[in-house]
Write a protein that binds this ligand. Structure first.
Ligand code: AMP
Ligand code: ZN
Length: 473
């Protein structure tokens, strides 16, 4: 079965086929963060979803060019710069650094390109110029440049590709300068915003006077610059469908006359008690809030990856506890497999057999529009069966090595890792041996003192039937 994905454009599940004539290369653009604050874990649900899409494509053998922009100039940012009496660069630099730290904490792969809007002002200006030349954009009396929905439609282009819009029932012909607006008004939207006093020193020169770009044009300029006028995949949260993505299509197709994106993928929201997690509702956790509560990046990643991307998902702290328990089951199984594998040379089994049943069922689940719940079910069934085989002593060292190779392949998509037993230093091993000697000599006071010393150095001893084992705390 080939990879199938729901396409917001056709509102149906379609076979994924890249535009590339060799069928191997995929261009993928994810709308990135607006860096005026820490991203909350609702935002992270969408970014982890983008990471899952990329990893699934790579698992399927595609070579992906992954672009994620950094929105570093936009209405909310300028407002925050004003409120905090800081500079644009200082504010966005701080939150961009935090964003990448969090991205790594959640084990998301680094995008190949992370373009900044402020570094693409010439490309943005030339895109707007093209739209003006084509008669689809115009300079208004306030000095700003707007995209004309009416002119665009009169060229035979469709506004409302992602979302069915009924123009008869809508307030058409209005004009909005704000980056976000309601779908009840099919408004001409700002491509270039003329400088106003509230912008402070955030402005650039342009053929239309000083000002700054609108949010929507930033993504059109950066995506088409890196991936070309037409590319394969565009990913974002469902709230971006309108107006942001609809406007991206209009600007890009209006300027190039070519179809912009083949497959549009939108992730559903993370909810808190039934409401969208958002800064404006104040019902959000940042990743840092959860790390401070003692949860780990991989537990949070696991939780964010448990629900299907097109289903809303209710966030709870109990859910995170559940993630911890689930991961512990996987870790325990992998720990036992490593023990059975012992020192068997892993190099003998570099990649799992293509007909391995676990790999086959896992692939089928993901290829079915990223059916992650089915994929997890396959993983936990494998854990159950593997535990049983270990308990029955029916798993050889070579089988264990092969099973670990299968796991590595599956985890190349899940990205939840599983820390292998940390290597104890010679000093720690010597202490362990000294404790054993003390126990043998029935000097339990000394044995306990050594155990405490090991603990203070970050190691605990587990007494198993096969002898004492060191475990990193
Ligand atoms: P922003 O930094 O506000 O531009 O948002 C970054 C990404 O997070 C966008 O793709 C949004 O669609 C997405 N997003 C915002 N809120 C949520 C939420 N509660 N659940 C899932 N994704 C969200
Ligand atoms: Zn965007």
């Amino acid at each position: 079965m080939a990879l199938k994905l729901f396409n917001t454009l056709s509102r149906s599940i379609q076979d994924f086929t890249p535009l590339d004539s060799t069928g191997k290369k995929v261009g993928m653009y994810c709308c990135g963060p607006t860096v005026y604050d820490f991203a909350h874990i609702g935002n992270w649900r969408t970014f982890v979803f983008g990471d899952l899409v990329r990893r699934t494509l790579e698992f399927n053998g595609y070579t992906v060019t992954h672009v994620m922009n950094i929105t570093d100039v936009e209405d909310k940012i300028i407002k925050r710069v004003r409120e905090n009496k800081t500079s644009l660069r200082e504010l966005t630099g701080k939150y961009e650094a935090a964003f990448f730290e969090d991205l790594l904490a959640l084990n998301c792969k680094m995008p190949h390109h992370t373009p900044h809007a402020t570094e693409h002002i010439p490309e943005i200006i030339s895109l707007i110029e093209k739209l003006i030349q084509r008669g689809i954009a115009y300079k208004a009396a306030d000095g700003s440049v707007y995209f004309s929905i009416e002119k665009y439609r009169s060229c035979g282009c469709t506004y409302g590709q992602l979302l069915k819009l009924n123009f008869d029932e809508m307030r058409a012909g209005e004009r909005v300068k704000s980056d976000e607006y309601a779908k009840e008004s099919v408004a001409d939207f700002a491509l270039w915003k003329a400088r106003v006093p509230d912008d402070g020193d955030v402005f650039w020169p342009s053929p239309w006077g000083e000002g700054r770009p609108g949010w929507h044009i930033e993504c059109s300029a950066m995506s088409t610059k890196i991936l070309g006028p037409s590319f394969d995949l565009h990913v974002g949260g469902e709230d971006l469908i309108f107006p942001h993505h609809e406007d991206e299509i209009a600007q890009s197709e209006g300027a190039t006359g070519k179809p912009f994106v083949k497959h549009w993928l939108h992730g559903a929201h993370l909810l808190v008690e039934g409401k969208k997690m958002s800064k404006s509702l104040g019902n959000f956790f940042t990743l840092r809030d959860l790390l401070a509560k003692g949860f780990t990046g991989r537990e949070i990643r696991y939780l964010l990856l448990t629900a299907h991307y097109r289903e809303t998902f209710n966030f709870t702290l109990e859910g995170l506890q559940g993630a911890r328990t689930a991961l512990a089951r996987i870790d325990e199984c992998l720990g036992k497999l490593r023990e059975v594998a012992g020192t068997s040379p892993k190099s003998k089994v570099q990649s799992p057999k293509p007909d391995d049943p676990m790999i086959q069922r896992f692939t089928q689940s993901l290829d079915d529009d990223l059916n992650i719940s089915a994929a997890w079910a396959v993983v936990f069934e494998w854990v159950r069966e593997t535990n049983k085989r270990i308990a029955d002593n029916s798993l050889s060292a070579a089988d264990a090595v092969a099973a670990l190779t299968v796991w590595d392949k599956v985890d190349s998509v899940l990205g939840i890792g599983a820390p292998a037993e940390a290597e104890a230093s010679a000093e720690i091993v010597v202490l362990l041996e000294a404790r054993q000697a003390a126990r043998k000599a029935k000097d339990f006071k000394r044995a306990d003192a050594i155990r405490d010393e090991l603990k203070s150095k970050g190691w605990v001893i587990e007494d198993t039937t096969k002898g004492p084992k060191l475990k990193k705390i």
